[in-house]
Design a protein around this ligand. Structure first.
Ligand SMILES: *[C@@H]1O[C@H](CO)[C@@H](O)[C@H](O)[C@H]1NC(C)=O
Ligand SMILES: *[C@@H]1O[C@H](CO)[C@@H](O)[C@H](O)[C@H]1NC(C)=O
Ligand SMILES: *[C@@H]1O[C@H](CO)[C@@H](O)[C@H](O)[C@H]1NC(C)=O
Ligand SMILES: *[C@@H]1O[C@H](CO)[C@@H](O)[C@H](O)[C@H]1NC(C)=O
Ligand SMILES: *[C@@H]1O[C@H](CO)[C@@H](O)[C@H](O)[C@H]1NC(C)=O
Ligand SMILES: *[C@@H]1O[C@H](CO)[C@@H](O)[C@H](O)[C@H]1NC(C)=O
Ligand SMILES: *[C@@H]1O[C@H](CO)[C@@H](O)[C@H](O)[C@H]1NC(C)=O
Length: 463
């Protein structure tokens, strides 16, 4: 009897300590669980986790091989106040696509994704999963264009009925995937925090080097902003129709389109306004549950000598202006990607060596601290800055990856000072400022909350 009581008490305390109940949703400008406890997405991008999970990484000290990498990643992350991983739920290298042919899936890759989700659940990590990618050659926009025999590389992806159908088919396959480790359909799994419609979707034309079949389009069509916006709404609407449990967002940088009142806050010399992205307009759709941005000023301002670039000023305006829009829309804002390249002095012939501890500390730690300071300040700030509710860094180091195009100099190892001295302690501080109960949030009944019918009302309950 006593043993049973102790066991019960332990179970109850474990449940509370284990944290979040039900599906993460947006209530006003906060992420919450069923009990209205605030959830703060803090964590890492894992670009190569799926590839790693099927064992393509070689000879890595932290990754004996394959599936062990997933456990190691999740365990270290969970031990260091990381709550969330953004996982590219598809191949990066064309030799390892999840969907090598339209409608044909690599079962081994899907099982790797099953494993990632099951282990994330075990370690209490939530996942943001992407349906596809603007870049690269696997599970990417260019594959859909090829499958549809498209002839125009900027707009057809968004406008063609055939290509829209292919993308919807993929979304349907993903949400109805029956996880071979947990026997739970992805759409019913609260481990998944949200779906990204596509990583960094835009209308910008593909470089000929990446896709020789298409001639270079010097300029995207002026209608591309409209096409992208309609596509975002259509795909978000479709995702929520076939999976009412999960949040949906876009997954992109968050540039403002030409003629938008905020276009002046874009980086660079005008290119960002013609990518088809249009933050305030795209994020306003009711089907988009929360707003998100990426932050890559080094890349965005590269090779633009005509631009006077004040890093501190851009940091402030990029965050504040997006937060102001998010506040106006009544949705949370998530910094979904930020990172900092560190020079690798020993690099050459495509072989990467680790950047020095000094350069990591002076270049990257300083930069990461500044970004975390924004996220930390937001936790206790007044609106609009208070709308920023989480930060996700780029990216978890998969040492010795054969996929050299990431350069290696953007990756953060758990052994780096960046992780030990900045990411872990700053995340802990930010989590400490999360609300035990978010005001004006309506709790969801656990008994009915997991059914699709009740879940469809989640937004109404949370509104
Ligand atoms: C995570 O923390 C637990 C408890 O402190 C510890 O036993 C375990 O070794 C840690 N795991 C890693 C990979 O550091
Ligand atoms: C694309 O072209 C190939 C070869 O002509 C054809 O077999 C296929 O059906 C076409 N696909 C679509 C979606 O039209
Ligand atoms: C998922 O797979 C398991 C094991 O094969 C099966 O028992 C279960 O019925 C499946 N779930 C659904 C909804 O198909
Ligand atoms: C961006 O959206 C605004 C309205 O929010 C609109 O006025 C503008 O034309 C759009 N720009 C593009 C390039 O689509
Ligand atoms: C999808 O759009 C239709 C038409 O606007 C709307 O009636 C429906 O409620 C939307 N579905 C979701 C899940 O947002
Ligand atoms: C990397 O090295 C180049 C050449 O020395 C230099 O111009 C650049 O500023 C360095 N970048 C960083 C991030 O340190
Ligand atoms: C993709 O994987 C193959 C086989 O491992 C490798 O030869 C190739 O270099 C990889 N491609 C890229 C772009 O990394």
């Amino acid at each position: 009897m006593k043993a049973v009581a102790v066991l019960l008490a332990l179970l109850v305390s474990f449940q509370c300590a284990a944290g979040y109940q039900g599906f993460i949703r947006a209530s006003g400008e906060r992420f919450v669980d069923d009990n209205c406890q605030e959830f703060v997405p803090l964590g890492m991008n894992t670009w190569l986790l799926l590839e790693s999970a099927v064992g393509t990484l070689i000879d890595s000290p932290m990754n004996p091989y394959g599936l062990d990498t997933v456990d190691f990643t999740m365990e270290v992350a969970a031990n260091n106040s990381q709550t969330t991983a953004r996982v590219f739920a598809h191949g990066i290298n064309s030799t390892l696509a999840l969907q090598p042919e339209q409608g044909v899936y690599n079962e081994k890759a899907f099982q790797a994704l099953d494993y990632i989700i099951s282990r994330a659940a075990h370690y209490g990590i939530k996942l943001i999963l992407t349906f596809g990618d603007e870049w690269n050659t696997a599970d990417s926009k260019i594959n859909y264009l090829e499958w549809g025999n498209a002839t125009d590389n900027s707009n057809e992806f968004f406008t063609s009925d055939t290509l829209q159908g292919f993308y919807k088919d993929h979304i349907l396959t993903m949400v109805n995937r029956n996880n071979t480790y947990t026997n739970t359909l992805y759409k019913n799994d609260p481990t998944i925090m949200a779906w990204d419609l596509m990583n960094e979707v835009r209308c910008e034309c593909f470089p000929v080097s990446l896709y020789p079949a298409f001639p270079t389009n010097v300029e995207c069509l002026p209608t591309c902003g409209d096409a992208l916006d309609s596509w975002v709404q259509m795909m978000a609407n479709y995702t929520k129709t076939v999976d009412p449990n999960h949040m949906v967002t876009v997954g992109y940088e968050g540039f403002w389109g030409e003629y938008d009142a905020d276009v002046q806050y874009n980086p660079g010399n005008g290119w960002a306004g013609i990518t088809g992205q249009n933050f305030s307009r795209n994020m306003a759709h009711v089907e988009i549950d929360f707003t998100e941005i990426h932050y890559w000023p080094d890349e965005w301002f590269a090779n633009q000598q005509d631009i006077t670039y004040d890093a501190a000023q851009f940091l402030t305006s990029w965050f504040n202006q997006h937060a102001a829009v998010a506040t106006a829309l009544g949705k949370p804002l998530l910094l979904e990607e930020f990172g900092k390249a560190v020079n690798n002095t020993a690099a050459g012939n495509g072989v990467q060596a680790a950047p020095s501890a000094e350069s990591i500390a002076s270049v990257r730690d300083t930069y990461f601290s500044t970004v975390y300071q924004q996220a930390n300040d937001a936790m206790t700030a007044n609106a609009p800055m208070s709308t920023l509710r989480g930060a996700m860094w780029w990216q978890w180091d998969m040492t010795n990856t054969p996929f050299v195009f990431d350069g290696g100099n953007l990756e953060v190892s758990y052994q780096d000072s960046t992780f030990q001295d900045v990411i872990a302690p700053q995340s802990k501080t930010i989590l400490g400022a999360a609300a035990a109960t978010v005001d004006s949030c309506t709790k969801i009944n656990q008994k009915t909350g997991t059914t699709a019918t009740a879940a469809a009302g989640r937004r109404l309950l949370g509104a």
